[in-house]
Design a protein around this ligand. Structure first.
Ligand code: ZN
Length: 116
């Protein structure tokens, strides 16, 4: 397979089906918004697709935007060439960012989907 192992043996039919499914997924994904193109590019009057916009907060991007905004206000700050900041997550409470956190997030966000 592709992830976590080296492809030492020939791929089986399942491997090729997964690759084909991934290729279809990527081909159908809009490069601008991430929606399937058959939804966001659809002009069929039978559907008359419209979109509502909802806030989707990324606290990592928010931190980068806040620092960039503060730096842009400075008259002396000059961004170093070739450097792009990336967020590194940490917990103020010291709790580990592990699978339990992931599970709790999805149970809170999508309680009807998660069932154990
Ligand atoms: Zn789109």
């Amino acid at each position: 397979m592709i992830l976590h192992t080296q492809p030492r043996k020939a791929w089986n039919a399942y491997d090729f089906l997964l690759l084909e499914a991934f290729a279809i997924y990527e081909a159908e994904k809009c490069s601008q918004c991430g929606y399937p193109v058959w939804i966001c590019h659809n002009e069929d009057e039978a559907y008359r697709i419209e979109f509502d916009l909802v806030d989707d907060v990324c606290y990592a991007k928010r931190e980068i935007d806040m620092v960039n905004e503060a730096n842009s206000q400075s008259k002396t700050y000059k961004a170093p060439a070739g450097i792009q900041q990336r967020p590194v997550a940490k917990s103020w409470t010291g709790l580990p960012l592990d699978d339990a956190m992931r599970t709790a997030y999805y149970e809170t966000k999508y309680p009807s989907v998660i069932s154990d």
